[in-house]
Design a protein around this ligand. Structure first.
Ligand SMILES: C[S@@+](CC[C@H](N)C(=O)[O-])C[C@H]1O[C@@H](n2cnc3c(N)ncnc32)[C@H](O)[C@@H]1O
Length: 199
């Protein structure tokens, strides 16, 4: 039976800010930000999920869960959502905060290996907050190619960055790319990039 998720009014969670900052101090390149994403950015990410596409949804790098919350607030059943997070403290937090969501501790850059048998059917969307820009281009490309293979045809790989340019340049014969306007209600302002395999 699927559980419904009632979105609470977003509030500034000071303890989340502290958890995030301390994760960043321990490992800045892996955490990739000093503060959790704003509700505006999280909503813009979740908005890119196509509700007509069936199958599981994977979130990469949920951190303290702002994007997880926005995904569930779109009416997606928690049981459909699989989060993949490297940091065990964030995994424990997401598990506690979002009952029913499948939390996997592992490497989002090696998604097929990390998911193994967990995601047997093709995915409806991948929503990524991985700090892609801290990784070399060949790792970004490998991550995108691997992700697109796990998705249903036409399903999106959704990524935010703080950069003005795309994290992986467009290659129209291999994948289509679209970008949101700059989202100013986030610190720092960000953009949402959506990749889909070319048909
Ligand atoms: C920029 S933060 C975003 C956190 C959250 N989604 C948000 O928007 O506030 C990046 C997240 O990716 C996680 N992360 C970093 N490397 C990872 C990896 N290889 N696999 C899975 N998660 C990773 C970090 O621990 C952190 O939670």
């Amino acid at each position: 039976m699927s559980r419904s998720f009632v979105a609470k009014k977003p509030k500034l969670r000071l303890d989340d800010e502290v958890k995030f900052l301390s994760s960043w101090l321990q490992n800045p390149l892996k955490t990739g930000a000093v503060s959790p994403s704003s509700p505006a950015l999280a909503k813009a990410m979740a908005q890119q999920i196509d509700l007509a596409i069936p199958g599981p949804i994977v979130e990469l790098g949920p951190g303290t869960g702002p994007v997880t919350e926005a995904i569930l607030a779109r009416g997606i059943a928690p049981e459909r959502l699989i989060t993949v997070e490297f940091n065990p403290g964030f995994c424990a937090l997401v598990k506690k905060r979002f009952p029913g969501v499948h939390v996997v501790q592992g490497d989002g850059y090696a998604l097929a290996e990390t998911l193994g048998e967990i995601a047997r059917e093709p995915l409806a969307a991948i929503v990524s907050s991985l700090p892609l820009m801290t990784r070399p281009m060949h790792v970004r490309l490998r991550t995108l190619k691997g992700a697109l293979k796990l998705l249903r045809p036409g399903a999106p790989f959704i990524q935010f960055t703080y950069a003005m340019t795309a994290p992986i340049p467009p290659r129209p014969n291999r994948y289509a790319l679209s970008a949101s306007p700059r989202i100013w209600l986030n610190l720092p302002p960000a953009r949402v990039w959506v990749y889909r395999a070319a048909v």
